[in-house]
Design a protein around this ligand. Structure first.
Ligand SMILES: *Cc1c(COP(=O)(O)O)cnc(C)c1O
Length: 394
């Protein structure tokens, strides 16, 4: 091995020794309640396909038809070679769906954060950020060069403390929170956060990646959930989770959106979503606007699964969403639990440090509208068996 990259071999070995090396399983089926995982049929408790849209016939058909009409790739960045009417249509429909003035799409939720944060604050400014915010918020914040101050998770009195200690010290202040926190399934108290923030000259931004298509009326997201229409300046979202496709979106104030078209670097220097992605997202909005059936089923499934798990004696933490953490404590136990579930035909991920704090390792079950009740019952039975054999429940 070339000497200049020997360090990488050592680091990879260190990851393996620490049990932190990612071994990624191979899927050879579409996303859905059941998957072919490493050649075996398994019940899917892992994906963010909340509504089962990732393999929905309407989305598949829309993607095919659009590919016939427009081809596949956008072939350049939108600001240089022109923008397809399809992308503009998605932005109009997204804004209408969410009840905001305007929306702009990006390649992913990750790039939406990398575009938005540095466009709103710079090196003289301050970002006040929930301590458990997503990695893409952290990276976007670092990229902006602004000073970053964290406040205690979902703690509005700590947020108030930080805001008042820093009042008048910076030209601009940006407060950022995740909407739904992906590891615990709790929801940011956005109504209370808004009340605190509006007493300061601060811009409020929420990243609703796990809320879009899940909370609010018919899946309209966290701003709708708390009835805060017109009050949250910037709503970042993703079409890679409940929407079942891929892509990011920023919705909100029309002037903020216009600014991102002029100054959002992943908009200016990276090509747009592909044609099939864009058309499939439009079809996802159609499905969501026509009926709340999928969102209702998602919640029915989540309520049923969580209640049964608690009755068996499992600790599902503080989740109030379909994200269901099964708290196990130490990482080796969580990993063994996940392996034994897989032996029972259930694919559910163990999460340990540094993804979650030490001593708070867990299995995270992602419930979907695509699960039938019989699927959930089968999953529950596997949890009961493994939980008993490992002494987690009695
Ligand atoms: C998943 C997630 C993202 C990234 O979304 P992608 O579209 O997959 O890039 C961003 N923010 C939060 C809070 C997320 O949970």
């Amino acid at each position: 091995m070339a000497k200049r990259i020997e360090w990488i071999e050592r680091e990879l070995q260190n990851l393996k020794d620490a049990g932190l090396y990612n071994r990624i399983r191979t899927l050879s089926s579409p996303q859905g309640a059941w998957l072919i995982v490493d050649g075996r049929r398994a019940l899917n408790f892992c994906s963010n396909n909340y509504l089962g849209l990732a393999n929905h016939p309407r989305l598949r058909q829309a993607a095919q038809e659009a590919a016939q009409r427009y081809g596949i790739g956008p072939a350049a960045v939108r600001s240089i070679a022109g923008t397809m009417d399809l992308h503009l249509e998605l932005e109009r429909r997204m804004a209408a769906f969410k009840g905001v003035e305007a929306a702009i799409t990006f390649q992913s939720g990750f790039t939406a954060n990398l575009a938005t944060i540095p466009a709103l604050v710079g090196k003289d400014d301050v970002i006040i950020s929930d301590e458990l915010n997503h990695a893409s918020i952290i990276d976007g914040s670092r990229l902006s060069g602004a000073q970053i101050i964290r406040y205690a998770h979902c703690d509005t009195s700590d947020l108030q403390r930080v805001l008042s200690e820093n009042r008048g010290k910076f030209p601009r202040t940006l407060v950022i929170t995740d909407g739904v926190f992906s590891m615990d399934g709790d929801i940011a108290p956005l109504d209370k956060i808004y009340e605190v923030v509006q007493n300061y000259e601060a811009v409020l931004m929420v990243d609703d990646a796990h809320g879009e298509g899940v909370i609010g009326r018919g899946g309209r997201g966290i701003v709708d959930h708390f009835d805060l229409h017109g009050k949250v300046d910037v709503e970042v979202g993703t079409m890679s989770k409940a929407f079942g496709v891929v892509g990011g979106v920023v919705a909100g104030n029309a002037m903020v959106v216009e600014w991102l078209r002029q100054r959002g670097r992943p908009f200016l220097f990276s090509s747009a979503m592909t044609v099939p992605d864009t058309a499939a997202c439009l079809a996802a909005i159609d499905v969501l606007e026509e009926s709340t059936e999928l969102v209702d089923r998602l919640w029915e499934n989540a309520r049923y699964f969580k209640a049964e798990m608690r009755t068996m004696g499992f600790d599902t933490g503080k989740s109030v969403t379909p994200i269901t953490p099964v708290m196990l404590g130490e990482a080796p136990l969580a990993q063994q639990f996940s392996r034994e579930l897989f032996e029972q035909g259930v694919f559910a991920m163990a999460l340990g440090f540094p993804t979650v704090p030490r001593g708070k390792a867990r299995i995270r079950v992602m419930i979907s509208a695509s699960h039938e009740k019989s699927d959930l019952d089968q999953g529950l039975e596997a949890f009961r068996k493994v939980g008993k054999s490992l002494g987690v429940i009695s």
